[in-house]
Design a protein around this ligand. Structure first.
Ligand code: TXE
Length: 479
């Protein structure tokens, strides 16, 4: 099935008629094409957005909210179609797309439909000076949203929903590897009554389409989720134009397990935080540190549990681990397993490419646990972004804190303990934007989301996202 750009409410081919093959990771076959849009397409998308902006920015909050709610309802009504499309593009189990990705995308629209009606501005009375200040939160104009392939519709909508709720018009680009649900979203937006030009979706490669969005002088803000190297490249292009930037980048998150935790819950959640979505979530706990007293027991139990995970075709209901997103990514992840062996890591389970009957060209890899003897090795320092985790023991709180913080990333950290003092101390000291204690991936959309260090700048979520997508203007009135 071929995908088209969605510009000014219409589906259209790219101006220069350049196309990219779209692969199904579960069988390695090309099943359609998508535009490789160029500057011309981005310019058209920008013009549509610019023309829509005066009306959209003056549309009442209630009317905007109603449209966003309608988009959310339509996504829920089309859950099965969207889940199947997401799975076919990305390789993730349909069951996962159906229970997590698509419902959460619908939640994003519902959440920001409500949040915008509660987004209050501040006022400050200058006492003794007969003056009052109030802050206007004005939409920026046309903004760019660029999203990755791991949680395609979920992360795409995580940006688009707050951007349009706040009154902006958008030029958005999903990942070229997983364009399908963004394409379907265009149809939903039209059906929901979103005015033409408020959301424009251009498809294509990062280095052509993505770059053209970032280089566009009148697209004043860029919200990006993706790799750290790409984030740095975008920042460099955007800086001389003083664009507002929100960058949510990679992670290499510690999962710290103390002996006093609720063991069974920790074990089940650790299997999930290691391998959910084939380990392709920036929040996965890919470095597992276990207190010495329970290290051997954990190692055995964890490996036994991981061996139970079924690698299979994404549409099979019993599949836990589907296909990785692309051949290139599979090769990258597999190469890290070889690097681990060269660095004297011990592969405790997994490590091999899997051939599924009937889908031999799919991109399947066994869930892999590597025991490392030092936290300095490459597999423990670099983002692998696949079904591969490392484990190693630690003796003291101080030691594990040093190791946890000794990476360039700082997105999230997970802590398993029932000791309050330790919880408070480590939560304060861990270099991360998000800390989970005795849970993982629990999300309340009002909370700030983002990382420190090489994991990015800025925060998404709740009013933080609405602040990003608006400019604050102070008005001072003397009376
Ligand atoms: O991401 P890219 P890739 C990490 C993960 C992965 C690595 C590379 O480690 O292995 O990044 O993945 C667009 N200007 N994460 O190469 O390239 C691109 O088209 C503007 C972590 O797939 O960063 C896509 O839409 N845009 C991550 C988006 O950026 C550009 C999720 C992300 O692609 C561009 C995904 C450019 N110059 C990968 N170059 C997370 N934080 O969740 C590319 N793009």
């Amino acid at each position: 099935m071929n995908i088209q750009n969605y510009i000014n409410g219409n589906f259209q081919d790219p101006v220069l008629d350049n196309w990219i093959d779209n692969y199904n990771p579960s069988n390695g076959e090309v099943y359609g094409q998508l535009p490789n849009s160029t500057k011309e397409d981005v310019d058209n998308a920008y013009s549509a957005a610019r023309s829509a902006f005066p009306d959209w920015s003056q549309t009442t909050l209630e009317a905007r909210s109603r449209i966003l709610l309608k988009i959310s309802e339509l996504l829920e009504a089309k859950l099965q179609d969207f889940a199947e499309a997401e799975s076919k593009d990305n390789g993730k189990p349909v069951s996962l797309a159906k229970t997590i990705d698509i419902p959460r995308a619908a939640s994003n629209f519902r959440f920001f439909a409500n949040a915008i009606t509660q987004f209050a501005s501040e006022s400050h009375e200058s006492v003794g000076q007969n003056a009052i200040n109030y802050t206007l939160r004005q939409p920026i104009g046309v903004v760019g949203c660029i999203s990755p392939w791991n949680l395609p519709l979920y992360l795409f909508s995580w940006k688009i929903a707050p951007a349009i709720a706040a009154g902006n018009c958008v030029v958005a680009k999903p990942s070229e590897v997983t364009p399908m649900t963004a394409f379907l979203l265009g149809q939903v937006c039209t059906e929901a009554g979103l005015p033409k030009g408020v959301l424009n979706i251009v498809h294509g490669l990062g280095t052509t389409t993505g770059q053209a969005i970032v280089e566009h002088p009148d697209i004043k803000a860029i919200s990006f989720t993706g790799g750290t190297t790409t984030g740095a490249r975008i920042a460099k292009v955007a800086a001389p134009m003083f664009k507002k930037l929100s960058l949510e980048l990679g992670g290499k998150n510690p999962n710290i397990i103390f002996a006093d935790c609720d063991y069974d819950e920790m074990l089940a959640t650790t299997v999930r935080s290691s391998f959910a979505n084939q380990g392709q979530i920036c929040l996965c706990g890919s470095r597992i540190f276990v207190e010495t007293f329970i290290y051997e027991k954990f190692k055995n139990d964890f490996v036994q549990s991981v061996k139970q995970l079924k690698v299979g075709h994404p549409s099979e209901p019993e599949t836990n681990i589907g296909a990785l997103v692309s051949k290139q990514h599979l090769e990258k992840v597999k190469a890290y397993i070889d690097i681990a062996k060269q660095e004297n890591g011990t592969v405790l389970c997994g490590g091999n490419i899997v051939k599924i009957n009937g889908y031999e060209n799919g991109y399947y890899l066994e869930p892999t646990v590597i025991e490392v003897s030092s936290d300095d090795c490459r597999v423990n320092q670099e983002e692998i972004f696949g079904p591969v985790v490392t484990i190693m023991p630690f003796k003291t709180e101080h030691e594990v804190l040093q190791m946890a913080n000794k990476v360039k990333y700082g997105l999230s950290a997970t802590l398993w303990t029932n000791n309050l003092k330790r919880t408070m101390h480590l939560s304060n000291m861990l270099e991360a934007g998000i800390v989970w204690v005795n849970t993982w991936l629990m999300r309340d959309l009002r909370t700030p989301f983002g990382g420190v260090k090489d994991s990015g700048v800025g925060r998404e979520g709740g009013f933080e996202a609405l602040r990003f997508f608006t400019e604050a203007k102070n008005v001072c009135i003397k009376y």
